[in-house]
Design a protein around this ligand. Structure first.
Ligand code: F3S
Length: 659
C-alpha cells in the first residue's frame, strides 16, 4: 500500500530506523525551530546552559510578537535578552511589528516537506504548505536546537476528505469548527489530520492554515495539507517559488481512519463558551447583546479574511454598543490591505486597528467588560482566555464577526449583504505580496556571533532545574481540579502575567491565580505536594510555565484521569511525574489536603505502575505512567535539561544525541 503524506515526511526525518507504527516512539531530525517572546526566555536560557556555540538546525527563528505592550521594564527586558541571545547563537529575529510567528514563519521560512518544531501549540499552522509542524514546550525546542533528535509518539494518521465548495459567507473557520463539533477537544489526541480531496484542493493556503492552526484545539499532534498548486501559488506570491516541491500522498495511501466533510453543506458556525468544541450553527446562538468583537490572531487574519470582513463593513458602522478591534497577523498583509483600500473600509466603519501582534488573543489588551459577551475570530474561548473570567467568548469567522459588530448581536454576513453575499466569493489571496524582510534580523557569522554580549535585565531570572524523584514520597494533595483544566487556568495570560514569564520566583506566586487564588501560598507552605487532575489536564496553550511554576512550588506529581499531549511533555521536561488513574473513580475519593505516600518511587516508576497510599482515607490505589522508556529516563534524571546535558556529554561520532 502507498504512503500518506505524514509517513513520507516522518520517514525522511527518521534519526534511526522505525516501522512507524502508531504509538511507537520515533526519533526525528528537526529542520526548523520557532519560538515567541512570552515562552522563549526559558528556551534560550536552557540552550545557553547546554554550552553549544550555535543552533544546530537549518533555521531557528525567534519571534517578538505576543506582548508588545511595554507596561514596565519587564517585557522590554525580555525582548532585549531575546534579541541578544539570538544574535549570539545564530537565530533569526522577527522584530516587534513584523507579525505573528505562525503567519510570518509560513510565509517567509516554511518549506514543503520540512519538519518544524515550535514552542507554541499553534505551530501546525505551517501544515498548510505541506510541512510537518509540531507544537511542543520550550525545553523541547532548546533540545531540537542542539541537534538531538526529537522524540515523538508516532501518531495515527486520519484522512479528512473534503468535498464540495464553501458557500459565500462561509469561511475555513466553519470547516474547523465543524471538525471540532464532530471530533471534540480530545478527539485529536495522538493523531495527525491529513486533509485531501477536491474540496481541499480548492482551498487557498491561508484558508488551509485556519484549519491546521485550530487542529490544536482537537488536541491533535498536527494537521497537514498536500503541497500542491495552491502551495506553489502561495510561495510564488512570496517570491519563493524555488522553495516549492510537490508533496502528495500516494493514490493508494493507507490511513488509520477517515472523516468526510461536504463543504457545500456547511453554514456559519459558532463555538460557544467555554470550549472550542461547543459548536452550534450561528443562527441558533441566543441573540445576546455583544459587547466586544475582535477580528484578529494568527488563525483568521489573512489578507482574504480581513478583506471579506471589510466588505461586510462597507457602508455600515460598528454598533454603538460594541467595541470592535482588528489585529492583522503580519506587516505584509497589513500593507497589502492598506494598498487595496480595505483598511480604510474598516476605519470608516469605526473598527479600531491594533498593532500587528497577538495582543487580545492572549489577553494582552482588549479584555472584555464584566460579564461581557466577546465575539472573536481567534482560536480559543476558554474561561479567562481574554483576561476576564466573568466574560463569555464566542468564536466565529471574520465575516460573521463583522456582521455581529454591525448588528450588536450574533449575525452572519448574509444578514448584512443579502443578495450581494456572492461578492465575498471574489476575494482571493493576492498573486503577489509585498515582500520586505527588513524587520527580520539575520544571524551573524559564527565568529562574529561569539563576540555578542547577552543582555540580561533584572527580569531575566535563572531557569529553575528540578531534582530527580525522591526514594519515598509522602506529600499532601495541594489541589484537586475539575476536568479540562487549561494551561490558561494554571498560568493566566495577560500583559501583566505574560511579562513575568522570565521570572519564575515572581510568576509562580500567581500559579492557578484565577482558578484558586490561594493555591500558590498553600503549595509553598506544603513544601512538596501532588495535584489531582480530571480529564484532559493541561489542554490548550503550550506554555511550559504551567509545568515550571508548579515544579517551583514543590509539586512532584500530577495524578489525573488524562493529560494533554504538550502539557504532559512539559511536565516530564520539568521533572513532574505525570500519573494516570487506573480506576477513574479513585479520582472521586481523593480530596485536597489528603496525605499520599509512595514508597520506592524510582523502582516502581520503572515498572510504569505505581501504588499510591492515601494515608488520610486509608486506601490504596494504582496509577500508571504512560511514558516511553526515554521519557521515563528524563524524569528519573531530574528533567530534560539534566538529561540533555548527559546526552550531549555522551555524544560521539556514531550518532549525535542517539537515545
Ligand atoms: Fe498569538 Fe493567539 Fe496565535 S497568542 S500565536 S495569535 S493563538
Amino acid at each position: 500500500m502507498g504512503k500518506n503524506l505524514t509517513r513520507k515526511i516522518v520517514e525522511a526525518h527518521l534519526a534511526k530506523p522505525s516501522a512507524m507504527k502508531p504509538g511507537e516512539e520515533v526519533f526525528l531530525r528537526v529542520d526548523q525551530t520557532l519560538t515567541h517572546d512570552i515562552n522563549a526566555v526559558m528556551t534560550y536560557l536552557a540552550f545557553e546552559a547546554v554550552g553549544l556555540e550555535r543552533t544546530q538546525v537549518e533555521c531557528s527563528v525567534s519571534y517578538l510578537d505576543h506582548n508588545l505592550l511595554y507596561l514596565d521594564n519587564k517585557t522590554p527586558d525580555d525582548h532585549i535578552y531575546l534579541q541578544s541571545v539570538a544574535k549570539r547563537y545564530g537565530v533569526h529575529v522577527s522584530r516587534p511589528g513584523n507579525g505573528i510567528c505562525h503567519a510570518v514563519h509560513m510565509a517567509r521560512f516554511g518549506k514543503p516537506g520540512k519538519l518544524s518544531m515550535g514552542g507554541d501549540s499553534h505551530t501546525p499552522h505551517g501544515g498548510a504548505i505541506g510541512m510537518l509542524c509540531i507544537g511542543v514546550g520550550g525545553m523541547d525546542v532548546a533540545t531540537a536546537m542542539t541537534g538531538v533528535p526529537m522524540r515523538l509518539k508516532m501518531p495515527e494518521v486520519i484522512q479528512v476528505k473534503l468535498s464540495g465548495r464553501l458557500k459565500p459567507g462561509c469561511n475555513a473557520k466553519d470547516i474547523i469548527l465543524e471538525m471540532l463539533r464532530r471530533v471534540g477537544i480530545k478527539g485529536g489526541l495522538g493523531k495527525i489530520f491529513e486533509y485531501v480531496g477536491e474540496g481541499a484542493a480548492a482551498l487557498e493556503v491561508n484558508e488551509r492554515a485556519t484549519i491546521t492552526n485550530m487542529g490544536a484545539e482537537m488536541g491533535a499532534t498536527s494537521s497537514i495539507f498536500p503541497a500542491d498548486g495552491q502551495v506553489r501559488k502561495f510561495l510564488k506570491a512570496q517570491q519563493r517559488e524555488a522553495d516549492y516541491v510537490e508533496l502528495l500522498p500516494d493514490a493508494d495511501a493507507e490511513y488509520d481512519g477517515v472523516i468526510e466533510v461536504d463543504l457545500g453543506a456547511l453554514e456559519p458556525l459558532c463555538a460557544c463558551p467555554h470550549q472550542p468544541d461547543n459548536v452550534k450553527p450561528l443562527k441558533d446562538v441566543e441573540k445576546k447583546k455583544v459587547q466586544q468583537v475582535f477580528i484578529g490572531s494568527c488563525t483568521n487574519t489573512s489578507y482574504a479574511d480581513v478583506a471579506k470582513a471589510a466588505l461586510v463593513f462597507r457602508g455600515h458602522h460598528v454598533s454603538e454598543d460594541v467595541s470592535c478591534t482588528c489585529g492583522i497577523s503580519s506587516r505584509q498583509i497589513y500593507k497589502q490591505l492598506m494598498r487595496d483600500g480595505y483598511l480604510e473600509m474598516l476605519v470608516d466603519a469605526g473598527v479600531r486597528l491594533l498593532e500587528i501582534a497577538c495582543g487580545p488573543c492572549c489577553a494582552i489588551g482588549q479584555s472584555p467588560a464584566t460579564k461581557g459577551v466577546a465575539v472573536r475570530t481567534s482560536n480559543r474561548n476558554f474561561k479567562g482566555r481574554a483576561g476576564n473570567p466573568t466574560a463569555e467568548i464566542y468564536l466565529v469567522s471574520p465575516e460573521s464577526a463583522a456582521a455581529t459588530a454591525i448588528k450588536g448581536t450574533f449575525a452572519s454576513a448574509e444578514e448584512i449583504l443579502g443578495d450581494e453575499l456572492s461578492i465575498l466569493a471574489d476575494i482571493h489571496e493576492p498573486e503577489e505580496m509585498p515582500v520586505d524582510d527588513s524587520m527580520i534580523v539575520q544571524p551573524l557569522p559564527e565568529e562574529e556571533a561569539k563576540q555578542v554580549e547577552i543582555v540580561r535585565g533584572p527580569n531575566i531570572q535563572p531557569l529553575p532545574v528540578p531534582e530527580p524523584p525522591a526514594q519515598n514520597l509522602r506529600v499532601p494533595v495541594s489541589l484537586k481540579t475539575v476536568d479540562h483544566i487549561t494551561t490558561d487556568d494554571i498560568t493566566p495570560a495577560s500583559a501583566e502575567f505574560s511579562s513575568m514569564r522570565s521570572n519564575i520566583p515572581m510568576m509562580s506566586q500567581f500559579c492557578y491565580h484565577r482558578y484558586d487564588p490561594d493555591f500558590a501560598k498553600r503549595a509553598r507552605a506544603m513544601g512538596q505536594s501532588v495535584i489531582i487532575g480530571g480529564e484532559n489536564y493541561g489542554q490548550g496553550s503550550s506554555r511550559e510555565h504551567a509545568a515550571i511554576n508548579p515544579m517551583y512550588l514543590g509539586v512532584r506529581a500530577v495524578i489525573a484521569k488524562s493529560i494533554a499531549r504538550i502539557h504532559k511533555g512539559n511536565l516530564i521536561n520539568h521533572g513532574i511525574i505525570p500519573m494516570i488513574f487506573e480506576q477513574a473513580d479513585d479520582y472521586d475519593r481523593l480530596e485536597q489536603g489528603d496525605e499520599l505516600e509512595i514508597v520506592n518511587l524510582p523502582e516502581q516508576m520503572r515498572t510504569k505502575q505505581v501504588e499510591v497510599r492515601d494515608i488520610t482515607k486509608d486506601v490504596t490505589f494504582r496509577v500508571r505512567l504512560e511514558l516511553s522508556d526515554s521519557e521515563l529516563e528524563v524524569i528519573l534524571c531530574g528533567g530534560q535539561l539534566r538529561y540533555l546535558k548527559k546526552q550531549l556529554e555522551n555524544r560521539n561520532e556514531s550518532g549525535i544525541g542517539e537515545e
